[in-house]
Write a protein that binds this ligand. Structure first.
Ligand code: SAM
Ligand code: SF4
Ligand code: SF4
Length: 334
């Protein structure tokens, strides 16, 4: 692992990058309307990073660029057949500086994968769950809720720490705030509400559809008294319910729109086709796949990543509102 401050991955605004979101596939069996086009066009298999290419990028990121956290994402990462093998190989990077290996998943296949992933060295999993009402869940995702709940139960059973993320959209699921919070308290899992971001492929995003942090707190306060917890390194603001049967329960809000946290952004993204994206809202990225397949050496690859990240703009705070991008959320990895 590099400890030389000169060699850390840094952008022109002085933000050091420590976290890498690595997309394993653009495919997904869900159709969350805030993410997936109605008729998605999947990348051809050969256009997707192979296992050895993923490992090469991850190894360089950890050993030469100072990345300490890797999060596997997608599409749905559990649709990738070699997901356990990839996890096993990536976990070996813990001896070279990787501190945490995580995953973001819709959990529909976690019932099958929780135990092998835990054994492979996965440290924790964030699960996307936007409603606890089965009918509403089906409307939002076009998928059944039960396998997701079974996936969460399986993760808990094998001791894989779970956080649940819920994206809220006005007129769709803001009435789920209290039911989800009460469910999370009963299940003893931390829930984080995420503000709807202008990245949906259907272009329905409008600021009026965002359920803001203030609105979330107002809804929670109808039933609970809440205290704010000291701010950590994570983008989520964390709160705790003070008393009642759910007293002590912690929840978070990720206020990407109402209080953008770009000033401390320490993330980079690698898409399933091996493109580096410095920001969720970047218009362009740097393609690593041609370099990898042309036999580029380590220096060429790390230079390409450094160059992309150095040019990173300040982020959403500079260009709020709907962003036209060449890539949709399921292809970016969230
Ligand atoms: N399929 C996995 C899942 O859903 O957890 C991983 C990939 S998904 C693209 C990663 C995250 O992006 C999910 O938590 C999802 O809720 C979030 N996401 C997708 N589109 C979004 C949007 N328009 N606004 C906010 N979050 C979004
Ligand atoms: Fe699939 Fe995740 Fe996008 Fe939903 S948010 S469509 S589960 S990739
Ligand atoms: Fe980071 Fe871009 Fe998100 Fe801001 S908008 S927090 S810079 S990824």
């Amino acid at each position: 692992m590099t400890t030389d401050p000169q060699r850390l991955l840094q952008d022109q605004h002085g933000r050091v990058k420590r976290k890498m979101r690595l997309s394993l596939t653009d495919r997904c069996q869900f159709r969350c309307q805030y993410c997936m086009p109605e008729t998605p066009k999947w990348l051809p298999r050969d256009a997707i990073l192979r296992q050895e290419e993923i490992l090469r990028i991850a190894t360089l990121a950890v050993t030469q660029l100072g990345i300490t956290h890797i999060r596997l994402t997608g599409g749905e990462p559990l649709l990738r057949k070699d997901v356990v093998e990839i996890t096993t190989e990536l976990a070996k990077l813990k001896s070279q500086g990787l501190q945490k290996l995580s995953m973001t998943s819709n959990a529909a296949r976690l019932g099958e994968f929780a135990a092998p992933l835990k054994a492979a060295g996965l440290d924790d999993v964030n699960i996307s769950l936007d409603a606890i009402d089965a009918e509403l869940f089906k409307t939002l995702t076009k998928a059944p809720l039960q396998p997701v709940l079974e996936g969460i139960a399986a993760a808990k059973k094998v001791g894989l720490p779970v956080k649940v993320n819920a994206v809220l959209m006005k007129g769709q699921n803001q009435d789920q705030i209290l039911p989800m919070l009460n469910w999370a308290a009963a299940e003893n899992v931390e829930l984080r509400f995420i503000e709807f971001m202008p990245l949906d492929s259907g272009h329905v995003w409008d600021e009026s559809l965002v359920v803001t942090e203030t609105e979330i707190l107002n809804a929670v306060s109808e039933q609970h008294s809440v205290q704010v917890l000291p701010k950590g390194h994570e983008p989520a603001t964390r709160y705790q319910l003070k008393n009642g049967p759910s007293g002590g329960q912690v929840f978070g809000v990720i206020p990407t729109i109402s209080h953008a946290f770009c000033g401390s952004c320490d993330r980079i993204r690698i898409t399933a086709k091996g493109t580096v994206f410095a920001c969720l809202f970047s218009q362009t990225g740097t393609e690593l796949l041609p370099l990898l397949r042309e036999g580029a050496d380590d220096e060429t690859l790390t230079k390409a990543i450094r160059g992309d990240i150095w040019n990173k703009h300040r982020g959403y705070i500079d260009h709020p509102g709907y962003v036209e991008r060449p890539i949709t959320m399921h292809a970016m990895g969230g």
